[in-house]
Design a protein around this ligand. Structure first.
Ligand SMILES: [Zn+2]
Length: 380
């Protein structure tokens, strides 16, 4: 069955303007596992768009050979509103200019709406119960109000993803090695994804917190049991992940082709495509979020990094120096930031002028860190 490409118009936000999403669909709904991929939800994170650009021909070829056994839904750019939010020639991304906040936070919670819809309808047959729950999720999303253009965008994306077996949300960091976020309940699948994608770091959360898109899709499967006894044994039927495709400037055909090959391999591994699995590495470094050190700028100043991302570090190693040009004595201008755990220095900011409190570095470690908070992603 040939690829179907749909255009979904968003509500016009001002007279004379219109934006739309493209949605590419492969396979047949219900014929096998459903995978959903979207790129650049944060609008200023484009490596995932490049990966999708290189993935589509692979999917077209697989489709032509009849290898697609499930359903694949691809949104090549998930946030045309954010990509059009410009200040001069800069696309700041991340936050909606309409005041509704971070594009990847506070996604609608499906649990409250779904629980009454499935009450008394689960029969203890996993496959059938999963379908019952997915139908409820679709109803919940369809019933959502979407008054603004941003709300409509959210509703469309969640409507496409909420019944998927696999949700891959493609992001990037400032400057970083590839790293992947997933829930502890899906650690095995996430590890396989890391090997397929050549991701050296896997970050595991028990509760991500903040309502990111991936967790909004995956966590209802285990949180429904808090509302309904009969839902306690539901399978964790949606593996949802945030894939951080290195740094914001790592947009190239070479990276795109490599990342597309990784995504394709993962889709084969999970039986969505009947083709050969080709992992790109043998192992990955796995850390819980509370084992991942997040270093903040203690004051305003210029940032000089001592190390490149991807470097193995020991606690005490110098990561960066913040230089305060306001200090009268240059000798007193320098504040050193040192690793507080052994591990991998995997991400750093892509500006060199830091405001106080800005995240300067992330180091994935192997031991819990007392200063890290659970359920706040890597933001606290
Ligand atoms: Zn992002």
């Amino acid at each position: 069955m040939a690829r179907q490409t749909d255009r979904i118009d968003l509500a016009s936000s001002a007279p004379g303007t219109n934006r739309h999403l493209l949605v590419h669909c492969y396979g047949k709904p219900g014929s096998g596992p459903k995978a959903y991929l979207q790129a650049a939800l944060h609008a200023d994170e484009w490596p995932g768009i490049m990966a999708v650009h290189h993935l589509l021909p692979l999917l077209d070829a697989a489709d032509a050979k009849g290898l697609i056994k499930g359903e694949i839904v691809v949104v090549p750019y998930a946030n045309p509103i954010g990509m059009d939010q410009r200040i001069g020639d800069h696309v700041p991304g991340r936050y909606a200019f309409d005041g509704s906040g971070n594009y990847n936070r506070n996604w609608a919670d499906l649990v409250g709406g779904a629980a009454p819809r499935i009450k008394g309808r689960l029969i203890g047959d996993a496959a059938q119960d999963v379908e019952t729950v997915r139908a409820a999720f679709r109803e919940v999303v369809a019933s959502q109000d979407a008054r603004s253009e941003v709300a409509q965008l959210r509703k469309v994306l969640m409507g496409l993803s909420c019944d998927a077996d696999y949700v891959l949300d493609l992001h990037c960091d400032g400057e970083a090695t590839m790293h992947i976020y997933a829930n502890d309940r899906h650690r095995d699948i996430a590890t396989e994804l890391c090997l397929d994608m050549d991701s050296p770091v896997l970050l595991i959360e028990t509760t991500a917190g903040g309502g990111p898109f991936d967790e909004a899709n995956s966590s209802p499967w285990w949180r429904l049991g808090d509302e309904l006894d009969e839902a306690k044994d539901l399978p964790h039927a949606c593996f949802a992940t945030t894939v951080e495709f290195r740094g914001r400037q790592d947009v190239s055909d070479d990276f795109g082709a490599k990342d597309a090959a990784g995504l394709y391999s993962f889709l084969c591994r999970r039986g969505v495509i009947d083709d050969v699995v080709k992992p790109q590495r043998d192992e990955t470094f796995t850390a819980f979020l509370h084992e991942t050190d997040v270093m903040h700028a203690p004051k305003a100043g210029f940032v000089s990094y001592a190390l490149e991302v991807g470097t193995q570090v020991k606690a005490g190693d110098l990561i960066a120096t913040i230089i305060d040009p306001v200090a009268a004595d240059p000798a007193e201008a320098r504040t050193e930031l040192r690793a507080r755990t052994d591990g991998i220095f995997f991400a750093r900011v892509d500006t060199r002028l830091a405001a106080p409190g800005v995240t300067i570095a992330k180091v994935a470690g192997k031991t819990p860190l007392a200063h890290r908070k659970e359920g706040a992603l890597l933001e606290a």
